[in-house]
Ligand binder design. Sequence first.
Ligand code: ADP
Ligand code: ADP
Length: 228
Amino acid sequence: MILMKDLYKTYDNGVTALNGINVEIDQGEFVYIVGPSGAGKSSFIKLMYREIKPTKGQIFINNKDVSEVKEKEVPLLRRNIGVIFQDFRLLPKLSIYENVAFALEVIEESPRNIRKRVMEVLDLVGLKNKARFYPSELSGGEQQRVSIARAIVNHPKIVIADEPTGNLDPETSWEIMRVFEQINNSGTTIIMATHSKEIVNTIKKRVIAIEDGEIVRDEQRGEYGYES
Ligand code: ADP
Ligand code: ADP
């Protein structure tokens, strides 16, 4: 369902972040992307939701070449892909409810459906009772759970997370991983870049290691493989 064919990314400054990536990821897989800083993990992830375009090569999501998607169709593409960042990226002036509802309001869902779905996902991440709070009133782990709720509110087939536990303490990180596992168990593909050796070596999943813009390892139930 995700297919990268001979993918290259060179930035305007001449830095080549991805140097011939070939990979296939099936619907429902849980994949960790690991590798040293600067290896190309973020670039790999950004290509999938068309934050950046490849210099060369193709990336198909559900048989559609993402790099060919027209600018005005990018929002449509993103509706099928939930994205989660290390720094949460919630809108500070909107309540938790509004942060999650926002993604549905853009697609003109009925108010009744919006309310139902928002409370459903807030319940899933254990924050139903904080719907009226504002991001600044929540802990880091809670904010990340809101950003997960926001990412899945449209029922995306794919959830992409770029170091989602990077700003969280270990205990909170495990809670976030439980939520990801739950989402994955319902059939959603999860692709997660991480520097957490503990998580990768404990919750065993497919591991794709990137170094200097190339895939150097791709193993089912793989190990983290780096010291830290
Ligand atoms: P990682 O996520 O593994 O740290 P990145 O994909 O962020 O790797 O970066 C890969 C390489 O591309 C690095 O050398 C980085 O400095 C460079 N890079 C990333 N984004 C940009 C950009 N917008 N412009 C220029 N170079 C970039
Ligand atoms: P990450 O946590 O993904 O490694 P970075 O701190 O490397 O993030 O990058 C933060 C932002 O700056 C990203 O949007 C990335 O694309 C951009 N960036 C990274 N390296 C460079 C670079 N050498 N030149 C310009 N932009 C860069």
